[in-house]
Design a protein around this ligand. Structure first.
Ligand code: FAD
Length: 316
């Protein structure tokens, strides 16, 4: 049995794609788990789940200890051996706790998962993006976590049939309690879902100059501005929800324009799956050009306003 779980609906759909493939190759069925209210069971079945287990709980928010106990119960009851969990904050906490409970292996942040000689094999980027580790398990269950956007959801198939099973799993009261949940301060930007992103890097001399990328994003009707790590983490010119890369957000827009970004592997790791990549850099040897479909060698202070004007004229 292959089992997928995420507390995020969209990520569950992405996991179901890889889960379906593995289940088919292993000749097993695919189970999706919902903890709490059933909002999405039909959707999960239409995206490939053969079973949806709804674990009912009185908890009204994520609680790592209880959620781990619930998932442990479902895994044991369903006899699941291959577990795919989303690599978001809650998913990573759950996966590691589950692995400890089962004394099992756990491979986090996988960029690919497949069967090799019938053994589950996972790849993940290591050494700051300089190498890819290819790993297999010695234990069962096999737990992997997968970041968002690694796989697309399968197209919806309303004819796909599945079973919905409601379960009440008794869990021990945890030894910790949540006193307060404080939302992170963001500018409300969602780079992960953006179709067009214009990104800025250290090639910008001042915070005010970032308006050059916002203006280009505006005329492209993309309106989404991204950035490299130094702009968000060191200079704090933009909030962290703009930050793209290995330690930032992973994005997959149709168009990614990188201005004044050198193209270090840690930045590329977050945007390499973009449809079309355009790079603007004054250094013809800049690494970013190796990943770009179109490269403009020039000073961003000259190129960006010209590009914005040209697109404005073209688009009327
Ligand atoms: C563990 C780890 C995780 C990391 N995670 C991330 C991450 O998630 N995201 C990320 O981005 N980085 C990350 N980094 C940092 C990464 O290694 C780079 O340091 C960073 O991406 C560099 O940012 P940059 O390209 O904006 O700046 P720089 O490398 O300084 O590049 C600036 C570029 O601008 C060009 N330039 C300068 N002036 C102009 C001009 N007037 N016109 C045109 N071009 C100009 C230069 O030629 C240069 O290529 C991480 C590093 C580590 C070690």
């Amino acid at each position: 049995m292959v089992l997928v779980y995420s507390d995020d609906h969209k990520l569950t759909l992405e996991l179901l794609n890889k889960g379906s493939e593995l289940a088919r190759e292993l000749n097993k069925s695919l189970t999706a788990v919902i903890i709490g209210k059933d909002e999405f069971s039909k959707d999960y079945i239409a995206h490939g789940a053969d079973k949806v287990v709804i674990a009912e709980t009185e908890l009204n928010q994520f609680k790592a200890e209880e959620y781990t106990d619930i998932l442990e119960g479902v895994i044991k009851e369903t006899g699941s051996e291959t577990i795919l969990i989303s690599s978001n904050k809650n998913g990573k906490e759950l996966a590691s706790r589950l692995a400890a409970k089962f004394k099992a292996g756990c491979i986090t942040d996988c960029t690919n998962v497949y069967l090799k000689d019938k053994k589950l094999t996972a790849e993940r980027i290591v050494y700051s993006g300089n190498a890819v580790a290819v790993e297999q398990f010695n234990t069962i269950p096999q737990i992997v976590t997968i970041p968002s956007k690694v796989f697309d959801p399968l197209p919806k198939d309303e004819k796909h049939k599945g079973e919905v099973i409601k379960k009440k799993i008794d869990v021990q009261k945890s030894s910790s309690k949540i006193l307060k949940v404080q939302e992170m301060k963001t500018e409300g930007v969602n780079v992960e879902d953006a179709e067009i992103i214009v990104s800025c890097g250290r090639g910008f001399k001042n915070k005010e100059d970032i308006k050059l990328v916002s203006e280009l994003a505006d005329v492209l009707k993309g309106r989404t501005v991204g950035c490299s790590r130094p702009i968000a983490a060191d200079l704090k010119w933009l909030s962290e929800d703009h930050w793209i890369g290995l330690s930032g957000h992973k994005v997959k827009p149709k168009l990614y324009i990188a201005a004044g970004i050198s193209g270090q592997i840690q930045h590329i790791a977050g945007m390499r799956d973009s449809g079309v990549i355009v790079a603007i850099n004054k250094d013809p040897e800049a690494l970013i050009f190796k990943s770009a479909d179109y490269g403009i060698v020039g000073d961003l202070y000259e190129v960006l306003p010209k590009l914005t004007d040209a697109i404005k004229t073209k688009m009327g």
